[in-house]
Ligand binder design. Structure first.
Ligand SMILES: *Cc1c(COP(=O)(O)O)cnc(C)c1O
Length: 839
């Protein structure tokens, strides 16, 4: 649709100045037109969907800027305690639908775009996802920001402005291919650069001792951190907070004009190119020393810039009314570390307080530990961050001094007060000097320094207290908390499934559930109501049809909306066990092949969709991607089983793809080895959308099952406390594989799915022990109970009314999993902050 800019009277007469707060469609249309004319990013007179998207987004941004300024003016006036959420990742996804939804101007915008010859649905598709994250941890940070804004909390998010997000996944004959995701290719209308917010960040150099004995970090290289702010509007409130993303820059003085004129172009701009490296990509490969150094630089860059900003805000407030009392800092500032990636905030705050602000160790330590809280996201030992001490000494010599001192004092504390813990000191302390390459254990630094440590689901928090951090619990029993994760009901139901949302609103006779998700329990009384069930079914069907169109569009595979839509989307990882899923699909395929066509008719037709990115250097994960694609290619072109089974790999899983898949799902798989998934959040998104879960007792599955009722959850597999014994038994040769499991593996080995060498992948499931062998993730052990649970799924799906009831009860029981609930708990129980609503 090639529309031209339609201002009142055509392009010759430009529209009047924008009125950003107008609500009438005609005024909004004129605002959009205004931007098409006066914020040009393209040649004039062209108004195709792309141009319309940018002009629309800019008109929405005007509205946000107004609220945003009011919000921070209000915070400044009231001067409440504020929370600063530090995260290396944010998976924001698209902003337009969310913004106009939260501003409650969705219909007006749809009408306005109609007047301009466009469809809102088509315009929002133009936006690229801001994919500054990897998976659940990054999406959690984004859901939290939405809830902080919606709950009118005085809060900020801090992160890095990666030039390229996580890679874009392409599927070729070879499997996954990674290409750079150029989300800033044109520009993002959702960020505002703050040229006045710049802080220096140093790397390398040395520590100098002043005549008075105080210490100072000098020399090395200094880069500038420049702030880019992204507005985060709350739902139906004026409050609009900031996600502040830092970009690394070198200053003009660092450009060596002499060298440049001498033809030494590269060395002339050396610091500029190093600055670019810092924010180039999320998680640069860390196989090399340089890669590791770069990651550490990124982490420090985030911490240092954010803390300087926080301190300057604290000092700015104080200038008006009296003296600067550092002891008051923790009553104005709460800093939350999203996993250990921003751990360097701890020594950096100590350094800034002591070396720059001039206060002593004891006071600095008191301030730091009362300010900082830490969220743990994993119990996998290999995922606990450790940094090489020599690398740290080189990059951050002053911070290493501080970390050594923290460690020394901690050890002294145990020695003097806890004779019972003497033998534990080696495991509890921060510096591990004994391996070949001495390391700093970041999680230990966090636990020793933070006032609160939390896990992200009850089971996970229990495991932290009984295993990973057990020794610390006896010293600081009150330090450890649970904060079960949540998801924002705006993005994950209200906006991604308007059909289902409208039905919920109609039957509950209110749309208050969007910000008070517990109201969904009101749906329970309609779970058996045939009229309600039919409306529910038709909304789900509409979503399934939309999804089917999408799948055909991106993969060319035609899927039947009347089949059971079975989805597993998440990062590809052995512990998440996509391999269990695909082995189950393979077994299903083999059995279908063996059936007569009459027998086949009695089976429940299924479409199995699997999606997710494998980390570029994670070979086994990439083999799993390849296997799913190979199985799909064979199954989907087999006319015998074609109408009973399809297997689809959904490429390039990201937030926007999730928003398409989840509303159209009926069954989703959350089948990690028990004890390994800290929480999971997509389980919550699926359940909220009336999708049934097949899953293990892991992470938040446990609580979801409690909330929605065990009869509405397809449970299977070993429990977390059984896992260690099962591994031990296997080491002792006691594991007896189920014949179905052997049959599925043998089917792959027979070459049915092509000539690719799957032996290295299959070998990980064989043997009784050894690296990459011995089935560490218990796929073989759980396979039979998984297949039995799948058989229960097939049976349940045949009873349409029963299935609909279970689906309704899933949604009805999802209230607890709103990130509004999670954030309200953080605010009260960790941050000690309260609402600061813009009048
Ligand atoms: C929610 C979400 C995740 C997390 O999924 P899990 O199944 O909880 O691991 C990952 N990626 C995207 C794009 C998401 O939206």
């Amino acid at each position: 649709m090639a529309a031209t800019v339609k201002s009142s009277g055509g392009t010759s007469k430009p529209p009047a100045a924008a009125q950003p707060l107008a609500d009438e469609p005609s005024a909004i249309a004129s605002n959009i037109n205004y931007h098409a004319h006066y914020s040009p990013h393209f040649s004039p007179f062209k108004f195709e969907p792309e141009q319309a998207y940018y002009a629309t987004a800019e008109s929405v941004r005007d509205r946000l800027v107004q609220q945003w300024n009011e919000t921070y003016l209000h915070f400044h006036k009231v001067d409440p305690k504020q929370t600063y959420y530090l995260s290396m990742e944010y998976l924001q996804g698209r902003a337009l639908t969310n913004a106009i939804g939260n501003l409650n101007v969705q219909n007006a915008y749809a009408d306005a775009l109609n007047k301009l010859g466009h469809q809102l649905e088509e315009i929002v598709e133009q936006e690229k996802d801001a994919a500054l994250g990897n998976g659940g941890l990054g999406r959690l940070a984004s859901c939290f920001l939405d809830s902080m804004a919606t709950l009118n909390l005085p809060a900020w998010g801090y992160g890095l402005r990666y030039r390229y997000g996580l890679f874009k996944q392409r599927i070729t004959k070879e499997g996954q291919e990674e290409v750079a995701e150029d989300w800033l290719e044109k520009f993002s209308p959702w960020e505002v650069v703050r040229h006045d917010v710049v802080f220096p960040v140093r790397f390398f150099g040395q520590v100098e001792v002043n005549p008075d004995g105080s210490r100072k970090w000098e020399g090395g290289e200094v880069l500038q951190a420049l702030a880019y702010d992204v507005p985060i509007p709350g739902y139906k409130t004026k409050n609009t907070i900031s996600l502040r993303l830092w970009e690394a820059k070198a200053s003009a003085e660092d450009f060596n004009l002499f060298q440049f004129n001498d033809g030494q172009y590269e060395s002339a701009a050396q610091l500029h190119s190093r600055a670019q490296q810092i924010c180039a990509v999320l998680y640069p490969g860390d196989a090399t020393e340089d890669g590791k150094l770069l990651r550490l630089k990124q982490q420090f860059f985030l911490c240092s810039a954010s803390l300087q900003d926080i301190i300057s805000r604290f000092k700015g407030r104080k200038q008006g009314n009296g003296s600067l009392e550092w002891s008051e800092f923790p009553s104005k500032v709460a800093v939350q570390l999203n996993d250990t990636h921003p751990t360097l905030a701890i020594p950096e705050l100590m350094r800034l307080l002591m070396d720059v602000e001039g206060i002593g160790w004891d006071e600095a330590w008191d301030v730091t530990s009362r300010t900082i809280a830490y969220t743990n996201h994993t119990v996998l030992p290999e995922a606990l961050e450790k940094w090489s001490q020599p690398v740290m000494w080189k990059l951050l010599p002053r911070h290493m001094e501080i970390i050594e001192e923290i460690d020394k004092r901690f050890i002294a504390l145990i020695r003097s007060t806890r004779t019972d813990l003497q033998t534990k000191i080696y495991n509890m302390c921060i510096l591990d000097n004994y391996p070949q390459k001495p390391v700093v254990r970041m999680a230990n630094l966090c636990v020793v320094s933070a006032h609160t440590v939390n896990g992200v689901a009850q089971l996970h928090s229990d495991i932290l207290k009984s295993e990973l951090f057990a020794d610390y619990v006896s010293i600081w029993p009150k330090k450890f908390q649970n904060k079960t994760n949540g998801i924002t009901p705006r993005r994950w139901l209200r906006f991604c499934s308007p059909e289902l949302s409208n039905i919920i609103t109609k039957w509950l006779k209110t749309d208050q559930w969007v910000s008070n998700l517990d109201l969904l329990t009101g749906l329970r009384k309609f779970a058996d109501n045939a009229g309600f069930q039919d409306e529910w079914a038709s909304a789900k069907m509409a979503n399934k049809q939309r999804l089917a169109q999408y799948i055909e569009h991106v993969t060319g595979v035609r899927i039947d909306p009347n089949s059971l839509f079975d989805i597993q989307v998440k990062r590809i990882h052995e512990y998440k066990r996509q391999l269990l899923n695909i082995l189950g699909a393979i077994y299903r395929y083999k059995k279908l092949k063996e059936m007569s066509s009459e027998e086949r008719k009695n089976t429940t037709p299924r479409t199995i969709m699997i999606g997710g990115k494998a980390f570029a250097t994670y070979t086994n994960a990439k083999r799993i991607v390849k296997l799913v694609n190979d199985v799909g290619a064979v199954v989907n072109s087999d006319p015998e089983v074609n109408s009973h089974l399809k297997v689809v790999f959904v490429p390039n899983y990201n937030v926007s793809v999730a928003e398409m898949l989840i509303p159209g799902s009926e069954l989703s798989q959350h089948i990690s080895t028990a004890g390994m998934e800290a929480s999971g959040t997509s389980n919550m998104k699926f359940a909220l959308n009336g999708c049934l879960i097949i899953g293990t007792l892991d992470g938040a599955n446990v609580e979801i099952r409690e909330e929605i009722g065990e009869e509405n959850f397809f449970l299977f597999g070993a429990t977390a406390d059984e896992v260690p014994k099962l591994r031990k038994d296997r080491e002792n040769g006691l594991f007896k594989p189920d014949p179905r499991f052997e049959e599925a593996k043998q089917f792959i080995r027979s070459g049915v799915f092509g000539s690719y060498d799957y032996n290295p992948l299959l070998d990980s499931l064989e043997g009784n022990s050894g690296y990459g062998r011995g089935d560490y993730f218990l796929v073989g052990h759980d396979f039979p109970s998984y297949m039995d649970a799948q058989a229960r799924v097939d049976e349940a799906y045949k009873d349409r009314r029963r299935w609909l009831k279970m689906s309704i009860l899933s949604t009805a029981g999802s209230g607890k999993f709103s990130s509004d609930r999670t954030i309200a708990q953080y605010a009260k129980e960790i941050w000690n902050i309260s609402e600061c609503r813009v009048p």
